[in-house]
Write a protein that binds this ligand. Sequence first.
Ligand SMILES: Cc1cc2nc3c(=O)[nH]c(=O)nc-3n(C[C@H](O)[C@H](O)[C@H](O)COP(=O)(O)O)c2cc1C
Length: 180
Amino acid sequence: MNVLIINGGMPRGGRTELITRFIASEYGFKYEDISAANLPFLTGEPDQWQLPEVVAFKEKVSAASGIILISPEYHGGMTGALKNTLDFLTSDQLAHKPVALLATAGGGKGGINCLNNMRTVMRGFYANVIPKQIVLDPECFNYDDGTLWEESRILVDEMVHELKMYTKMSEQLIPRVILD
Ligand SMILES: Cc1cc2nc3c(=O)[nH]c(=O)nc-3n(C[C@H](O)[C@H](O)[C@H](O)COP(=O)(O)O)c2cc1C
């Protein structure tokens, strides 16, 4: 199962990086740091769509059968850099594709607006955003070994399980529905 994690976080070594690496190694998924994708600011210039970095990023998303979108909450939404990255995509890469959402947040009940923002944007691509979603606060992390405390680990496991279920379903059903 080809699940791609898109890490919309900024600083290397932050919590968003930590959870991205944790999920990738725990479940054998690939991940893409948006900084490594090296996309420019979208200006709308026609040449931008042909840039090798843009084409490569679109191909990676296209090839994935499921996506985990991870972002820190920045002022009530996903990071601006992640939105810029997503704006290079179209529904050709994401329509009907199962997408799981995870936000890192500063605590004090933050994070839900980031999830809602990502859900709205994914709806704009006609993606199939799964019901389970997670906010991870600073105290969810075990910084000694770069993992999560048990309660959060269970939440992640349940969300990944659900994503795998929908991904398996769409791998089996969507080609048939399109052919019918
Ligand atoms: C510019 C900026 C805006 C932020 N806005 C929010 C916010 O609206 N709600 C929230 O819960 N946390 C907010 N935070 C805290 C981050 O979401 C939190 O620290 C997160 O873990 C950062 O991810 P990182 O550890 O990968 O850098 C903000 C942090 C920054 C730098």
